[in-house]
Ligand binder design. Structure first.
Ligand SMILES: *Cc1c(COP(=O)(O)O)cnc(C)c1O
Length: 291
């Protein structure tokens, strides 16, 4: 199998009077620049899934997502690059014209198959998966959001490469399904402290999910920065995002990275991070409509 395109993403240091006062060094790993199309953590989550699909001789991939899913977008881009056929099981009814995510996925050859929200909830049940096999034949299944053991393995490799690249005390990232933070925890040493910012409201269930992949304890989730829930926002958040982008010339996405960055600045203000420490932020992407 040919390897996916990978661009080494730069690390930039953020300069801000707030950080100076708190004596915090803040570095951003701009992983959103790692591929011309995929943008971010999804690259690492897909890497070993694609290797495994090829190893098993699968010609077709099948995965799940909502109409705005970054995972659907990333899977379409990578599957197309490596020559897989691709089926996307999309939650809800078809809306025309297709939004940019689904138009992109379709353009990359993804066959879009819409299911009702009710059926979508059954997607992990054997009966439903049998129906999918009847409809689409043999395929390699990638779960919703792409989180599984192989995704965690890919992100752990990324985290491990960060250790070789630079010194830091804390690592922060946004959290959706928890797969990426699980990989980060696995790939870093126990001296690092990992702080995750769930984009979802009521995300306490994630702790158990993350513990299925790691038994380390050097991590923490910050539950107060969801701004109303997944894909919800407030004026405070959009104002912050605009001001941040103007000041630092780094684009954010409203679903994940803006909430995390807001949380980081808030915690710096509260004196959460030890003075004199270095905080590494992973910019996980979500910018496909903007790059
Ligand atoms: C998918 C995604 C996440 C969340 O990753 P999980 O592994 O589901 O926790 C974070 N940031 C961006 C930009 C994403 O697209």
């Amino acid at each position: 199998m040919k390897a996916l395109t990978y661009n080494q993403a730069p690390i930039t240091e953020l300069r801000d009077s707030l950080l100076e006062e708190a004596s915090i060094r803040l570095l951003i790993k701009c992983e959103y620049l790692n591929h011309p199309l995929v943008s971010g953590n999804k690259w690492w989550k897909l890497k070993y899934n694609l290797v495994e699909a090829a190893r098993l001789g699968k010609k077709r991939l099948l995965t799940f997502g909502g109409a705005y899913s970054n995972h659907i977008y990333a899977t379409a881009a990578t599957a197309n690059e490596l020559g897989f056929e691709l089926v996307g099981i999309i939650r809800g009814e078809e809306t025309l014209p297709l939004n940019s995510t689904l138009a992109f996925a379709k353009g990359k050859g993804m066959q879009l198959h819409y299911v009702t929200r009710e059926d979508y909830r059954k997607k992990t049940e054997p009966d439903f998966q049998k129906k999918l096999t009847d409809l689409f034949g043999d395929f390699y299944l990638i779960p919703e959001g792409g989180t599984n053991e192989l995704a965690v393995k890919g992100v752990a490799e990324f985290a491990n490469s960060l250790l070789r690249e630079l010194k830091f005390d804390y690592l922060s990232l946004p959290v959706g399904t928890g797969g990426t933070i699980a990989g980060i925890i696995s790939g870093l040493d126990a001296e690092k402290k990992i702080i995750g910012f769930p984009a979802l409201k009521g995300a306490q269930f994630l702790e158990r999910e993350i513990r299925t992949y790691t038994d380390k304890e050097n991590w923490q989730l910050m539950y107060d920065y969801h701004f109303g829930g997944y894909a919800k926002s407030t004026k405070e958040l959009t104002d912050f995002m605009e001001q941040f982008e103007r000041a630092h010339n780094i684009p954010l996405d409203p679903i994940y990275t803006a909430k995390m960055m807001f949380g980081i600045f808030d915690l710096v203000k509260q004196g959460f991070f030890k003075r004199g420490s270095t905080l590494l932020i992973v910019h996980t992407g979500g910018l496909q409509d903007r790059l």
